[in-house]
Ligand binder design. Structure first.
Ligand SMILES: C[S@@+](CC[C@H](N)C(=O)[O-])C[C@H]1O[C@@H](n2cnc3c(N)ncnc32)[C@H](O)[C@@H]1O
Length: 226
């Protein structure tokens, strides 16, 4: 997960000791009540992310811009309540960020690696996130079993494959919302067959503007029609 899609490498760098990230006022205005728990999540990633094989050392200085803000932008377009499934949560990106920003939603973290699931459970406990459920297994194993209102992912697979894994986890009328980078439009083209399989409507790229000093994000959204 050290080089996820969907973010740029400019950015405000956080204080590596973790006191306050750069541009903290803009971040506080953007995140509101989510700022404090996001800080705690950042501290956990800084303290343990590398040793547990969750993030590379190069990611620590850009943790806020490339990871936490990037994922917060995605979370900001999700429903306030209902069920949200995040496929391949890894370190908790974007799954834990979504759980912080959507406290009234039930957030299901579908992750195939046991060690990452253990991490996700520990982080949820430490942050007191009672809205998180960690599901150990591949997304394909949960096809038809979840009926979520929205499904998310970042840096898990190309859109073609991701559509086949993610769409079966949302109900008809629900939405797939995934972070993607510069190739998002091409990925939509390459995923046409998979999107048609679910009669996906309105598949499109959306640009999300970051708070001052932070990068924008690009997402692909599509609504399940069948
Ligand atoms: C490159 S990491 C990205 C992690 C995180 N989403 C991020 O952006 O930092 C991909 C993660 O997806 C998980 N994964 C890959 N295929 C999966 C599948 N079919 N179902 C569930 N998890 C999967 C891997 O175990 C890994 O943790």
């Amino acid at each position: 997960m050290s080089t996820p899609d969907g973010s740029r490498d400019s950015a405000a760098s956080p204080d590596q000791e973790g006191s306050e990230p750069a541009g903290a006022d803009a971040l506080k205005a953007f995140l509101g009540d989510a700022y404090e728990p996001m800080q705690q999540f950042a501290q956990l990633l800084i303290a343990h992310g590398e040793e547990r094989g969750l993030i590379g050392p190069r990611e620590i200085p850009r943790l806020w811009d490339r990871h936490l803000v990037n994922c917060s932008l995605l979370a900001s377009v999700l429903p306030q309540s209902g069920r949200i499934a995040d496929v391949g949560s890894g370190a908790g990106l974007p799954g834990i960020v979504i759980a912080i920003m959507r406290p009234n939603a039930r957030v299901l973290l579908v992750e195939s690696m046991v060690k990452r699931c253990e991490w996700l459970g520990e982080v949820s406990d430490r942050l007191g996130l009672s809205n998180v459920e960690v599901l150990n297994g591949r997304a394909e194993e949960y096809a038809g079993a979840l009926e979520a209102d929205a499904v998310t992912a970042r840096a898990v697979a190309a859109l073609d494959k991701l559509t086949r894994w993610a769409m079966p986890l949302v109900h008809v009328g629900g939405e797939m919302v995934v972070l993607k980078g510069a190739s998002a439009e091409q990925e939509i083209e390459s995923a046409q067959k998979a999107l048609r399989k679910f009669a996906a409507r309105d598949a499109a790229v959306q640009e999300l503007t970051g708070p001052p000093g932070y990068s924008d994000a690009r997402i692909v959204r599509a609504t399940r029609g069948r």
